[in-house]
Ligand binder design. Structure first.
Ligand code: HEM
Length: 145
């Protein structure tokens, strides 16, 4: 048996032959067919890093709001649709995700597609299992009327 293969036996005990087995240094999958688009995040931009950054973001966001929480119209959200000032509405809640952009595992570009808009459908299309209310709790700006 080579380093990169391991003998696998079926429950019956009948050997199923040599199966490729990924070990350190082994070639990775040759096809990414069906894989989802994941970007490489810059160092210091993991989910844990985001949690640590959030408190600071909350201060920045709240210091700019005339009141909290805000009651917003769709048109108000639309005014914040750039990389430097990015709001998104998710499930009727509006978040300032400017600081989160570089931490998104799906990349900045995907988030900018919904900048200033209702991103609920897109969000649910890609990852309904992600708990945005928890991840973006400190980024809440207010509610859409
Ligand atoms: C602002 C709210 C959003 C948050 C908090 C968020 C959060 C996340 C998180 C935590 C992941 C990793 C999921 C995992 O590994 O299971 C992820 C991946 C991803 N997201 Fe988002 N996302 C948001 C919005 C969006 C939107 C609007 C899109 C599409 C337009 C999108 C597209 C993607 C893609 C393509 C991935 C990579 C999928 C993969 O893991 O392979 N996300 N996002």
């Amino acid at each position: 048996m080579s380093d990169r293969t391991r003998e696998f036996a079926r429950p019956s005990g009948r050997p199923s032959g040599r199966m490729p087995f990924l070990t350190a240094g082994s070639p990775q999958m040759v096809s990414n067919r069906g894989a989802r688009e994941k970007v490489v995040l810059a160092p210091g931009h993991s989910a844990v890093d985001w949690e640590a950054r959030k408190r600071e973001e909350t201060k920045r966001i709240r210091s700019r709001l005339p009141q909290f929480p805000m009651r917003l119209r769709k048109e108000d959200v639309k005014l914040h649709a750039s990389r430097d000032d990015c709001w998104v509405s998710l499930g009727g809640k509006v978040y300032d995700i400017t600081g989160y952009l570089d931490y998104h595992p799906g990349g900045v570009d995907k988030l900018l597609l919904v900048a200033g808009k209702d991103g609920t459908a897109m969000f649910n299309r890609y990852h309904p299992w992600v708990n945005f209310e928890r991840m973006l709790d400190g980024c809440l700006v207010g509610f859409v009327l």
